[in-house]
Structure formats: C-alpha cells, structure tokens
Design a protein around this ligand. Structure first.
Ligand SMILES: Cc1cc2nc3c(=O)[nH]c(=O)nc-3n(C[C@H](O)[C@H](O)[C@H](O)COP(=O)(O)OP(=O)(O)OC[C@H]3O[C@@H](n4cnc5c(N)ncnc54)[C@H](O)[C@@H]3O)c2cc1C
Length: 373
C-alpha cells in the first residue's frame, strides 16, 4: 500500500475503452484525472461498432471477472443513460459446448443453458440450419461501442488532453512525469492504457512487455431482408460452415451484423505486416463463411474494421498489469467486455490499494487451468 493522497492527481495515457473506464473509476473515487490521447477517443483498438460480450472463457477466473464486469455495464447504462450491452444474448455452437457450459455453470449469476435447433433459429434467424451442440449466454450481447465511447468521452471531456505522450519517467516521491508534445507534467501516479502504444512507453522505463502484435480484419454485413427482431451474438467453433474461429455481433437495431475470424495476420517487431495478402485472405474467408453460414445476410460486406491486436503469450484473452512506484501499465486482448471491471482495478492500484492478485503477470489471467484447454 503506497501513500497516494486521497485527492490524488493521476494521469491516464490513452482514451480507448480501458483508459476511459480507468479515468471514470478514478473520478468516482475523488481523484483529479488527466487523460492524454494523441488521436480521437475510441479510434484505436476500440474503434468500430459492436463487440461481443461473452462470459465464456477458458479461465474460470476470467468467467467470474466477466460476470462482475457485466454488472458494471448495467450500472453504466443507468448512469450514462444509454444501452451499453444489447439484450440479444450470445450463442456458442460447436464441439466444446459442454466444456464451456460446465465452466459457466461453476460461476453464479450467468444462467447459460443449452438450446436446440428450433430455439437457435429463433435466437439467430440469420443463421443457416444447424443441429449440433449449442448454448445461450443470456446475459451476453452486443456491446454498443460507439455510444459508450461517446458518452464516456463527453463525461470526461474536461480531463482530455489531445497530445502525444513521448515519455513517462519515474521521479522522486514515487511519482511519475509525463512528457507530451506540448507539456511536462508530474502526477502522483500514471496509468498507461495506450493499447498498441504501451510496449514502447514501458520500454522507456525499462520494462519489456511480452506483447505479441498482429493485425486483424472484421467485415460488417446487412440483412438480406428486413432486420430481424432478434440477432444473438455468435461464437462458431463447429467447422460446419468451413471455419472454427468465428465471432459475430449485431449492430444497433440489428441493421448490421459484424463477422470476423479469430485469426490474425503476423507483424514484424517494427510493426510492418509480414504477408501482404494475409488481411485480404482473412477478409475473403469471412465473406465465404457468411455466404455458407448466414444466408440471412447479403453476401457483399458494407463495412470493414482493420485493427492492431496486442496479445499476451498465455492466451488471446490474456490480460495483466505491471505496477511500479508511480506507474501502472496494462496489456492484453479482448478487453472491451472487461473494461469496466479492469478500469476499477487499475484505478484502485493508482490510488494505493495495491494491484489485484489476478492482474499480476505471474497470475497469467486468461490461461486455461493446467491440464485443460
Ligand atoms: C475488430 C475487432 C473485434 C474485437 N472483438 C472483441 C470482442 O468481441 N470482445 C472484446 O471484449 N474485445 C474485442 N476486441 C478487442 C477490444 O476492442 C480491445 O481489446 C480494446 O478495445 C482495447 O482497448 P484499449 O483501450 O486497451 O486500447 P485502444 O482502444 O487502442 O486505446 C489506446 C489509446 O491510446 C492512444 N495512444 C497510444 N499511444 C499513445 C501515446 N503515446 N500518447 C497518447 N495517446 C496514445 C491511442 O490513440 C488509443 O486511442 C476486438 C477488437 C477489434 C479491433
């Protein structure tokens, strides 16, 4: 427990969903907050409409964390006056349904259950016939990413400094100094939530983060006819439609449906893409999948999202934080759903409560327990 004053002055680097969630939690605890953002809030890895909120993870600790984060998403909806997660639910189909369902049933408050082919067709009428193993995560749904980012950025507008952070330096008194294009500021604590920018800032304070960078693409499609009244999110590991790592989520009013493969395209350490055709191949595979699996959608995509991915070595759902005097740095992937929960823990560490044991790198949060997954 370090002696951070109650009215601490905390700097947050990055106005993506994790930085905004951390800044909100800090303000709710009475801290003075400055959020540094070199671009537009929410235009980095948090960009684009809709994300899947799911409870299913290989690590039971992350299942419980997702359950707790889901509760905070509801609180945000009340406090921000917006829908944060749609009531559509999240479907999982494929051979690992039983194993995932067993993990979900071990955690209270999720209520996941098996569904048969008829109910599956009602929950996701866009999907072609499928009579294999399937379950519904009723508290899952599509995260309203754009509305959430806009509401948080508006609520935190006075804290935002649109400037690039070139360096963070630890200074005396357990505090940290931020140097941007136009200023030098010393804060009681700095939380680095800079997504793809975090490893470089970490390296400048002598910390090598085990982050593997890659690139990813997701296509958005429109319904062939009238938007359905219900369109659950989908995780398809079945292979029945030619792919085993599919995720998909509806946009507002079910007017769009975004579909991506969990595969990514490799990147060299200098950030250059290794195989120039990889993203195009991934996009083409997603379009072929939609033509086979989702006859309720028009075959031609109406939107695309390309992005950087920052994964930890122990799981594509891995997340961890590095804590030093005056400094906290966070890294991981698939963080949108966890951001309300994660932001609270990062704020707690910045205010001297100590870093939650689950976020310690050696805890490898997100990794399947030994002998499983
Ligand atoms: C297509 C796609 C699908 C996804 N699907 C899901 C899903 O279904 N469920 C899920 O939970 N997650 C999903 N994710 C992952 C999730 O979106 C990310 O993990 C999350 O948005 C990361 O948020 P962040 O705040 O850490 O990073 P970012 O949103 O990248 O924010 C970091 C911010 O820091 C700023 N920054 C960086 N360096 C500096 C600097 N030096 N100075 C000032 N500012 C700086 C950047 O401009 C950026 O705005 C998906 C991601 C993509 C792209």
């Amino acid at each position: 427990m370090s002696s951070v004053p109650a009215s601490a002055d905390v700097g947050v680097i990055g106005a993506g969903i994790v930085g905004l969630a951390t800044a909100r939690a800090l303000r709710q605890r009475g801290a003075t907050v400055t959020v540094y953002e070199r671009g537009v809030p929410g235009a980095g890895q948090s960009g684009g409409e809709s994300r899947v909120f799911r409870h299913a993870h290989d690590d039971p600790r992350l299942v419980a964390a997702a359950r707790d984060s889901r509760t905070i998403w509801d609180t945000w909806a009340d406090e921000l006056g917006i829908e944060t997660v749609s009531p559509d639910g999240a479907l999982t189909i494929g051979p690992d349904v039983d194993a995932k369902l067993a993990l979900l049933r071990d955690v209270d408050g999720i209520g996941a259950r098996e569904v048969d082919a008829d109910e599956l067709a009602q929950l996701l009428p866009l999907l072609g016939p499928f009579d294999g193993p399937a379950f519904l995560d009723p508290r899952g749904g599509s995260i309203r990413t754009t509305a959430t980012i806009e509401a948080l950025a508006a609520e935190l507008a006075t804290t935002l400094v649109h400037d690039e952070v070139l360096q963070v330096r630890q200074v005396s008194g357990g505090r940290a100094e931020v140097r941007t294009g136009g200023r030098t500021v010393v804060h009681d604590h700095v939380v680095v939530c800079a997504g793809r920018g975090t490893p470089a800032i970490a390296r400048s304070v002598g910390i090598e983060l085990p982050v593997k960078q890659s690139t990813h693409v997701r296509y958005t499609f429109e319904p062939a006819g009238r938007p359905p009244s219900r369109a659950a999110c989908l995780q398809d590991g079945s292979g029945v439609f030619g792919e085993t790592g599919i995720y998909a989520a509806p946009g507002p009013d079910h007017a769009t449906y975004a579909v991506g493969l969990s595969d990514t395209a490799g990147v060299r350490d200098d950030g250059t893409i290794i195989d120039g055709d990889a993203l195009a191949d991934l996009a083409a595979r997603a379009a072929r999948y939609v033509a086979r699996a989702l006859p309720g959608l028009r075959a031609d995509p109406v939107g695309v999202r390309h992005c950087w991915v920052t994964e930890l070595p122990w799981s594509s759902d891995g997340v961890a934080a590095w804590s030093q005097p005056g400094l906290t740095l966070v890294a991981g992937h698939n963080l949108f759903k966890l951001a309300p929960w994660l932001g609270g823990l990062l704020a707690a560490n910045a205010l001297g409560d100590g870093l939650d044991e689950r976020l310690q790198p050696e805890s490898r949060l997100g990794a399947a327990p030994e002998g499983q997954g």
